[in-house]
Structures are given as structure tokens and as C-alpha cells.
Design a protein around this ligand. Structure first.
Ligand code: PMP
Length: 403
């Protein structure tokens, strides 16, 4: 079975938790790392460690080459032809904050509008609220239907003359819903409003050709893409990055500095002040290489089928309510179990070796929308198995009967 081969690449999957084989169903939170990534990070510190873009000695050049190679690999993975349009960041959160403060804030006036959806992660809400509060702009929210799909006509109707940014999640981390971002992009392009897409939960699950989506900014995080934590990127259209102000000043983001003034470097360097997470990006480059060695079509089909089996089993279980059943979805299932708090559920499942996330998933407004205080969430990756799904059901059934 291919899945056994894939699993063998991830050393952590062989460990036990509370004396039981680990069932790792928290991939939407962070994914596990293949040996190739772990070894690339270790190899970097063992052989190449130096700072980037400053030292001309051999190690400095090797580190710079590896760091820039990671940028190029990521760009190619996402269909981006010019790697200079990819700003490396510590993750999606940093990427969205950069657009909020560097691009949007200087362009906002009182009464201007920023449009998001009701299914955003806090990373795609709070930065906009901060710049709105500083400028008198207002946040508008497009609703979601009961089944977890976006109310697209309502979103399109909310784009008006005062809209200065539309910011939409590509795939909801709670509902698993895949949003029609290309359609949204058609509308924003027609009105000239920039569109930012939060791709955190999309890039690990299906091929994304970022420029082909038609958006203006695309943010994602590396640790859900099997790379190290503290890595991610912002893609922006060249002319928008050119027009964007830096938010963090310091070394490496300048052409020249004097006490009279500073000339900033062109993108992406303008937005990468200070020493970056070099080893992390080397690891992320290795993650992209690793994904390139897999039959990704087969891996993703396996993951999707498993996700559907997971949802079907949950839907059939008495007292279980699935939150979000959009037809276009990834292998993420949020659910509540009657009479059991999600956190208790997650703690008791952990005793069975099963790791799921519980809580509000950094999406408080979405929890309010569905009238739930918290949910449990099982989220899959291609290395999960049908046997693990069975073990999850057995564990869930056992826990459910305790109450
Ligand atoms: N957006 C979505 C949809 C997410 O799922 C996450 C991570 N849970 C983020 C943004 C934030 O990513 P990071 O914490 O890596 O910046």
C-alpha cells in the first residue's frame, strides 16, 4: 500500500501516546514533518549555518543559496513565475498583517470598508480590525449558509465603492469548505478592489496555481505544508508589492541608510528585515521537494476518500452533529457530541492515542454563527489510514458512552 510507504517517511507517526499507537488527526493545526525535512534542517545546522545575504564567505554563500532556492521551489510549487513576488514570512499571520499595515492602512480613510467572510480565521479578521480602528474604516462580513458554504451573492453585493480590500479564506480551517475564490476574483478585478486570499488550509490539500486564481495577494503558512514552524509566505502582484510600505524596518531591507533618510530595497527584500528563519525555509524547500517525489494525485485522492469516510461515519453516529457540510471540501471535520464538551472529548480521545483539536479554532465569530461554544475537529493528511479512521470511531464511541 502506498500509504504505508508515505507513513514510513514520517518518523513521528511510529510513536505511541499513552501506550497506544498515535492517531494524528490534527493536521489542520500543524502537519507532521517527513524525514527529508528533519534531515535538511539538521544538515543546514551541521554543514551550512551562516547568515543570509551578508557574508561573502563560503558558508554565507551556501546559506544564501539554500534560502533563495527555497523561495524558488515554493514559487514553482504554486505556479508563481517570478520568485521575487514571494515574500518569505513567519507564516500566514505575519503575511496578512504585512498587507494590512503595509498596503492597506496608508490607503484607508474613515468610512472605507474591508470585506471578509464569517468563516475567517482570526488571522484574517484581527489585522483588518486593527487598521480599521486606526483609520475609521469598517469591517463588513459576508454570511455563510447553514451547510457551511459561502453566500456568494451576498458577498458580491457587499462589494461597493467604499470597499478597499476583500479578504477571504480559500479553505475554512473549521468547516473544510473550499471557497470559490476564482469567482470572487472576477468580481474584485472588475471593480479594481484588491483581493487577499488566506491559503493556509488550501495548499496542503490540492494544487494551487496562485496567479491563475486572479487574486492580488495570497498568504500561506509552511508548517501545515509539512515544513517547519515559523515559515510561510505572501505572494503579491509585482506592482502591489512595489507600492507597499515596509512594516518592519532594519537590516537587509534597505538600499542605503543615512540619518537623513533610508532608501528601501525592492521587494521581496523590503519586507524581510532582520535575520529570517533560514533553517526553517531550507526545511520548507525540502518539504516541497519531498512532495514532488510523491504521486500527489494518488496521495490527495486517498486523503479525500478517507475524509469522506470520516464524515460519513460521524454523521451516522448518534448524538453527533457535523458543523459544515459544503459539497466542495477538504478532509476536515468539525463536530459536536451531545452532552460532551469538546475539550473533554479531546482529552479522553488523547488517552486512546487519538489527537484531535478542540475549542474555537481561532474562529470565534464562526462558532457564534453556528451557535456552538466549541467543536472537536479531526483533520487528515495523506499519511492517515482507514485503520486509523476505524480506531478513531472506536475511541469516540467509547468516550461517548462514558457520558
Ligand atoms: N488562516 C487559517 C485558515 C489557518 O488555519 C491558520 C492556522 N490555524 C492561520 C490562518 C494562521 O496560520 P499561522 O498561525 O501559521 O500564521
Amino acid at each position: 500500500m502506498s500509504v504505508d510507504r508515505w507513513r514510513a517517511d514520517f518518523p513521528i507517526l511510529a510513536r505511541e501516546v499513552h501506550g497506544k499507537p498515535l492517531v494524528y488527526f490534527d493536521n489542520a493545526n500543524t502537519a507532521q514533518k517527513p524525514r527529508a525535512v528533519i534531515e535538511a534542517v539538521s544538515e543546514f545546522y551541521t554543514r551550512h549555518n551562516a547568515n543570509v545575504a551578508r557574508a561573502v564567505h563560503t558558508l554565507g554563500e551556501e546559506a544564501t543559496t539554500l534560502y533563495e532556492a527555497a523561495r524558488a521551489k515554493l514559487a514553482a510549487f504554486l505556479g508563481i513565475t517570478d520568485p521575487h513576488e514571494l515574500v518569505l514570512s513567519s507564516g500566514t499571520t505575519a503575511a496578512i498583517n504585512l498587507v494590512a499595515h503595509g498596503y492597506l492602512r496608508p490607503r484607508l480613510q474613515a468610512g472605507d470598508e474591508i470585506l471578509v467572510t464569517a468563516m475567517e480565521h482570526h488571522a484574517n479578521i484581527v489585522p483588518w480590525q486593527i487598521v480599521a480602528a486606526a483609520t475609521g474604516a469598517v469591517l463588513k462580513v459576508a454570511p455563510v449558509h447553514d451547510d457551511g458554504t459561502l453566500d456568494l451573492p451576498a458577498l458580491l453585493a457587499l462589494i461597493g465603492p467604499r470597499t478597499k480590500m476583500v479578504a477571504v479564506v480559500h479553505v475554512s480551517n473549521v468547516l473544510g469548505t473550499i471557497n470559490p475564490v476564482a469567482e470572487i476574483a472576477k468580481a474584485t478585478r472588475a471593480t479594481g478592489v484588491p483581493l487577499l486570499v488566506d491559503g493556509s488550509q488550501a495548499v496542503p490539500h490540492f494544487p494551487v496555481d496562485v496567479p491563475a486564481l486572479g487574486c492580488d495577494f495570497y498568504a500561506f503558512t509552511g508548517h501545515k505544508l509539512f515544513g517547519p514552524t515559523g515559515t510561510g509566505a505572501l505572494w503579491g502582484k509585482g506592482e502591489l508589492l512595489e507600492a507597499m510600505q515596509p512594516v518592519i524596518g532594519g537590516g537587509e531591507m534597505i538600499e542605503s541608510v543615512s540619518f537623513e533618510g533610508t532608501v528601501f530595497a525592492p521587494p521581496p527584500r523590503r519586507f524581510e528585515a532582520g535575520t529570517p528563519n533560514i533553517a526553517g525555509f531550507v526545511g520548507l524547500g525540502a518539504a516541497v521537494d519531498y512532495l514532488g517525489t510523491l504521486d500527489l494525485v494518488a496521495a490527495r485522492a486517498h486523503e479525500h476518500a478517507l475524509g469522506e469516510a470520516l464524515r460519513a461515519g460521524l454523521a451516522a453516529m448518534p448524538g453527533v452533529r457535523l458543523i459544515g457540510e459544503a459539497p466542495e471540501r477538504v478532509a476536515v471535520a468539525s463536530f459536536v457530541v451531545e452532552g460532551v464538551h469538546a475539550t473533554d472529548l479531546a482529552v479522553l480521545l488523547d488517552l486512546e492515542g487519538v489527537a484531535v483539536r478542540s475549542g474555537q479554532h481561532c474562529a470565534h465569530p464562526l462558532m457564534q454563527r453556528y451557535g456552538v461554544g466549541a467543536t472537536a475537529r479531526a483533520s487528515l493528511a495523506f499519511y492517515n489510514t482507514a485503520e486509523e479512521v476505524e480506531r478513531f470511531f472506536l475511541a469516540l464511541d467509547k468516550v461517548r458512552r462514558m457520558f
